[in-house]
Write a protein that binds this ligand. Structure first.
Ligand code: NAD
Length: 437
C-alpha cells in the first residue's frame, strides 16, 4: 500500500505521519518548497505536540517522505488523499474550493493504475462528484474512484485523535474503493473503531453537521454565561450539572470569548451558505454565527469596562493569543479581534504566547512581545487571559500583581476562582459568574 498525501498542513502532515506509523509508505506533497525542505530536515513547520517525534520516526523508517514532486508521488500511489486548505471565500463565506480543484486536476494527470482519490479536506456537499468530474475531464483514461473521508482531529491533540478516533467516516460509492479504505484504516479496525461507510454526500455533510453542532453547544453555554452574570448564577456549575446528564455530555460546554480557529468559523458559515443554496436555510446555525461574531467583538468592551470605562493611555497585558492551547494556529483567534479593538481604544499591548508569537506577530502589529507571563504583567493596568495554556493555570498571583500598575485580571477562560484572585488584591472579571457565584 502506497499513500500520497497532497497538502502537508495541520491535517495532511499529521495524517501522513500517522498512516506511516500504521505501516504503509506515505509521501507527503506540498506546493511550498520551504515547508518540504523544513520537513526533510526533520523540523516542524507547525506546533503540534508529539509531531516532531512521529515525523522523525517515519523519516528514519523510510516509510515517510516529503516532496514537491506531485507527479511521482501520485503515479506510485494506490490511495491519494487531498488535504489542502478550504478557507472561506472572500465575500460570500462559501468554502473556497480553488485549492481542492487545482489539486484534483494535478492528480488526474499523473494517475496510473487503479487509484482511490480521497478528499480529507472539509468540503461542501457535491465536491466529491465535482472532483470526479475534474479527474474524468482532465484524464479520460484514468481508472479511479473518489471517496470522502472527512477528518475530525483537533489541533493540540491531533496525533491521539487520529490514532484513536471516535469514528472514521467513509463516503464510498464502489465496493472496491470501500475495500481499499478498510485496508488504509486496518489498524483502527483491529481496535474496533466504529466505521461509518456511507455515500459521498452523507460523509461530506456529516463533517459540517458535527462542527456546526459543537459550535452551537459552545454558543449555547456562552449565552447562558451572559444570563448567569445578570441573575447572579455560576455558569461553570450550570455547565457541569447540565453536562452530567448523559444525553448532553460535558464537553464543549466551557463558556469563553467565542469560538475561533481554523474550522468552526469557516465551516459554520459554509454550511449556512450551502443550506441557503438548497433553499432550506439552517436558521439555528445562522444565529450561532451571528451570536459568536457579536461575542468576539464584545470581549474588548468587557476589558475596557474592567479598566473603569477607558483604556486610553493604559497598558494591557495579554496571556495567550493562539485560538486555543497547544497550537500555534492563529486562524480566526479571538485575540485577533480583542487586541486591535483595545489598541483602537488607546491601549498599549504587551503579550506572550508559548507557541504562537511567530505566527501572531505579523497579524498583530505594535504589540510588545514578552518571554513569560510576569514580563507581560510588568507595569500593566490590567492582564487579560485569552488562551488557557497550562502555564497560565497556576500563576503566582502575588508575583503577578507585584509588578503591575494596578491589579486587574480579566479571565476570559475562567481559569481562576474569583475569591482567589480577590484574596490577592485583584479586581477580577471572569465569564458567567454573577454576584452570588
Ligand atoms: P493548512 O493550511 O494547514 O494546510 C494546507 C496545505 O496544503 C498547505 O501547506 C498548502 O501549501 C498545501 N497546498 C495547497 N494547495 C496545494 C496543492 N495543489 N498541492 C499540494 N499542496 C497544496 O490546512 P489544514 O488546517 O491542514 O486544513 C486542511 C483541510 O482539513 C481543510 O479543509 C480543513 O477544513 C480540514 N480540517 C482541518 C482541521 C484542523 O484542525 N486544522 C481539522 C479537520 C479538518
Amino acid at each position: 500500500m502506497r499513500i500520497a498525501m497532497v497538502g502537508s498542513g495541520y491535517v495532511g502532515l499529521v495524517s501522513g505521519a500517522c498512516f506511516a506509523e500504521f505501516g504503509p509508505s506515505v509521501t507527503c506533497v506540498d506546493v511550498s518548497e520551504a515547508r518540504i525542505e523544513c520537513l526533510r530536515r526533520g523540523e516542524m513547520p507547525i506546533y503540534e505536540p508529539g509531531l516532531d517525534e512521529l515525523v522523525g520516526k517515519g523519516l528514519r523508517s523510510g516509510r515517510l517522505t516529503f516532496t514537491t514532486d506531485l507527479a511521482t508521488a501520485v503515479a506510485a500511489a494506490d490511495a491519494v488523499f487531498i488535504a489542502v486548505g478550504t478557507p472561506s471565500r472572500r465575500g460570500d463565506g462559501h468554502a473556497d474550493l480553488r485549492y481542492v480543484e487545482a489539486a484534483a486536476a494535478d492528480i488526474a494527470r499523473h494517475l496510473t493504475g487503479y487509484t482511490v482519490v480521497i478528499t480529507k479536506s472539509t468540503v461542501p456537499v457535491g465536491t466529491g462528484r465535482r472532483v470526479a468530474e475534474i479527474i474524468r475531464t482532465t484524464n479520460p483514461d484514468a481508472d479511479f474512484d473518489v471517496v470522502s473521508n472527512p477528518e475530525f482531529l483537533r489541533e493540540g491533540s491531533a496525533i491521539g485523535d487520529f490514532m484513536r478516533p471516535d469514528r472514521v467516516v467513509i463516503g464510498a460509492e464502489s465496493p472496491r474503493a470501500a475495500a481499499m479504505m478498510r485496508d488504509v484504516y486496518r489498524p483502527l479496525y483491529l481496535l474496533d473503531t466504529p466505521m461509518v461507510v456511507t455515500t459521498l454526500e452523507t460523509a461530506e455533510l456529516t463533517k459540517y453537521a458535527a462542527n456546526a453542532f459543537l459550535a452551537t453547544k459552545i454558543t449555547f453555554i456562552n449565552e447562558m454565561a451572559d444570563l448567569c452574570e445578570k441573575v447572579g448564577a455560576n455558569v461553570q456549575d450550570v455547565a457541569r450539572a447540565m453536562g452530567l446528564d448523559g444525553r448532553i455530555g460535558r464537553t464543549f460546554l466551557h463558556a469563553g470569548p467565542g469560538f475561533g480557529g481554523s474550522c468552526f468559523p469557516k465551516d459554520t458559515v459554509a454550511l449556512v451558505r450551502t443550506a441557503q443554496e438548497y433553499g432550506t436555510p439552517a436558521r439555528l446555525v445562522e444565529t450561532v454565527v451571528q451570536v459568536n461574531d457579536t461575542r468576539k467583538g464584545a470581549m474588548a468592551s468587557r476589558v475596557i469596562h474592567a479598566c473603569g470605562g477607558s483604556v486610553r493611555g493604559k497598558t494591557i497585558g495579554i496571556l495567550g493569543v493562539s485560538f486555543k492551547p497547544n497550537t500555534d494556529d492563529m486562524r480566526a483567534a479571538p485575540s485577533l479581534s480583542i487586541i486591535p479593538a483595545l489598541q483602537d481604544a488607546g491601549a498599549t499591548i504587551r503579550a506572550y504566547d508559548p507557541a504562537a508569537m511567530n505566527e501572531a506577530a505579523p497579524l498583530l502589529p505594535d504589540v510588545l512581545w514578552c518571554q513569560h507571563a510576569y514580563e507581560v504583567a510588568t507595569d500593566c493596568d490590567a492582564v487579560v487571559l485569552i488562551t488557557e495554556w497550562n502555564e497560565f493555570r497556576a500563576l503566582d498571583l502575588d508575583q503577578l500583581g507585584s509588578v503591575m500598575r494596578s491589579r486587574v485580571l480579566v479571565d476570559l477562560r475562567n481559569v481562576y476562582r474569583p475569591q482567589e484572585a480577590v484574596a490577592h488584591g485583584f479586581s477580577y472579571t471572569g465569564i458567567g459568574r454573577g454576584h452570588h457565584a
